[in-house]
Design a protein. Structure first.
Length: 110
């Protein structure tokens, strides 16, 4: 009888994923996902983001604040305007997965 060889386990444990889980909970909202998608293509002001996401400026500001708090976004003040941009480079890969899974099937249905 051949001995079974144990496979190496991936690094980390449940506790190591606490920050990831919090960040993913923050991202798990349609408006915030659209904001990330939009910001992966450039920097925008709250007003521009709110208009694109079809929400009021205060709603956009709150969602942007949540994304900024978990390290996804950075902001830069230029005169009286505040521009938001992606601060977490891994979001591009994550958004590519989401778009590949959910947007390509939507475009086929239309």
């Amino acid at each position: 009888m051949a001995a079974t060889k144990k496979q190496a386990k991936p690094p980390g444990g449940v506790r190591d994923f606490a920050d990831a889980a919090e960040c993913l909970k923050t991202l798990a909202h349609p408006v915030r996902l659209r904001m990330v998608q939009l910001l992966l293509h450039g920097r925008y002001t709250v007003g521009e983001i709110a208009q694109d996401c079809e929400v009021h400026d205060n709603v956009a500001s709150e969602n942007l604040r949540l994304l900024q708090r978990c390290g996804c976004l950075a902001s830069e003040r230029v005169g009286r305007k505040v521009f938001y941009q992606i601060a977490e480079p891994h979001l591009e890969g994550l958004m590519n997965c989401i778009e590949g899974r959910f947007l390509t099937s939507c475009s086929k249905d239309r």
